[in-house]
Design a protein around this ligand. Structure first.
Ligand SMILES: Cc1ncc(COP(=O)(O)O)c(C=O)c1O
Length: 373
């Protein structure tokens, strides 16, 4: 029914973000037991939350009648200590998704341009459109960012460049020298948002922190999250790192209590759980090898990944996704990214990976499958 009042015109063409399918929803749809389903669709941590975080969160439950600390004093102080910054360099978000939206509020308007790469995180175009700004999509190079071309794409109207490194959904990493070049060449009046959602999986990442610490680059914002390596996606907690003047502007935009008390307590404790991080990295490295070996055996092309997921070419990605889902294995079709022949698989436990590989093999060799003839 058309509404009797006008909506924001941007909404008429705005897509709704399609997340990985939740286990319960797939169970209802296919008449499966939730416990029999594995979800490898949203790049979550298959080892679960840090046990230290779980313990810490229990202790805040009895105080849930109180509002959380709106300034997240303890979490910001701990985070700042961990990365050698000041609390004034940090903003917390309801997931790093919310920080992307803060950037929109702070910088985007009709006529402004946002530079992204082809095959980049789906929320950048959504936020760009929401604020009526124009998306400038630079064709990918080998599935990754063509950083020199992105620099070329900057115009006097460019307000923001988003670069996810490693990139989702492709798992690619931009060459170090190109990232350094980007830092040097981005004009001072353009905000470079480095989305580091998967940075902890990269052993030799370009370290932006000194540039921000020394106040040298007020036009760089780093985004990180507790959703991936920390295993706390359900809490919804991400953070931005930037110049104090940028951070205080973003602080005006956020809701007073955008990060809840349970999330603050869980994240605080997770920062102390190095053992959980090490276990996660080890599981991930083994999982990547497990998939690479399987793809080699199955003669499937894949994009070498530096993150906690891998994209593989399976023919009709939507069909393969649907067939695997019927068998209780949830992956992510990539047609929405114009990569219709691919699915993206998040790295699971060794057992989950083995089941996913067997299911993929079964589906591919079934009648109508890519490898059936
Ligand atoms: C590149 C990238 N950025 C940001 C996010 C958002 O993460 P969250 O809002 O859970 O912190 C994701 C989630 O998948 C992502 O892949």
């Amino acid at each position: 029914m058309p509404l009797p009042y006008p909506l924001n015109p941007s909404l008429s063409s705005l897509p709704t973000y399609q997340p990985g399918r939740p286990i319960d929803e797939v169970a209802r749809e296919h008449g499966l037991q939730p416990g029999s389903i594995i979800k490898l669709a949203s790049n979550e941590n298959p080892l679960g939350p840090s046990p230290k975080a779980l313990e810490a969160m229990k202790h805040v439950l009895e105080n849930l009648h109180l509002y959380p600390d709106g300034s997240s004093f303890h979490l910001k102080r701990k985070l700042a200590e961990k990365i050698g910054m000041e609390p004034g360099n940090l903003i917390l978000g309801n997931g790093s998704n919310e920080i992307i939206e803060f950037v929109g509020h702070a910088l985007l308007h009709p006529g402004a341009e946002v530079v992204v790469s082809e095959y980049s995180f789906a929320v950048y175009p959504i936020v760009t459109a929401l604020f009526g700004a124009t998306l400038v999509t630079v064709p990918a190079r080998g599935f990754g960012h063509d950083v020199p071309a992105m620099i070329e794409a900057i115009t006097p109207r460019t307000k923001v460049i988003f670069v996810a490194n490693p990139n989702n959904p492709t798992g690619t990493v931009a060459p170090r020298s190109e990232i350094v070049d980007l830092i040097n060449k981005v004009p001072a009046n353009v905000l470079l948002v480095m989305d580091e959602a998967y940075i902890e999986y990269l052993r030799d990442a370009v370290d932006f922190l000194p540039l921000i610490r020394n106040g040298l680059k007020p036009n760089i914002l780093l985004m990180r999250t507790f959703s991936k390596i920390f295993g706390l996606a359900g809490l919804r907690l991400g953070y931005g790192i930037g110049h104090p003047a940028l951070i205080s502007a973003l602080e005006k935009i956020r809701q007073p209590f955008n990060t809840n008390a349970i999330a603050q307590a869980g994240a605080l404790a997770a920062l102390d759980d190095d053992a959980h991080i090490e276990r996660t990295l080890d599981n991930n490295a083994r999982g990547i090898r497990q998939y690479e070996e399987a793809f080699f055996r199955l003669k499937l092309e894949y994009i070498p990944s530096s993150a906690n997921f891998v994209m593989v070419r399976v023919g009709d990605g939507v069909r393969i996704f649907a067939e695997m889902q019927k068998r209780g294995v949830i992956t992510r079709p990539m047609a929405g990214y114009q990569l219709g022949e691919y699915i993206r698989i998040s790295i699971g436990t060794p057992e989950e990976n083995a089941r996913c590989i067997n299911t993929l093999k079964e589906v591919l060799s079934a009648p109508g499958g890519w490898q059936s003839s």
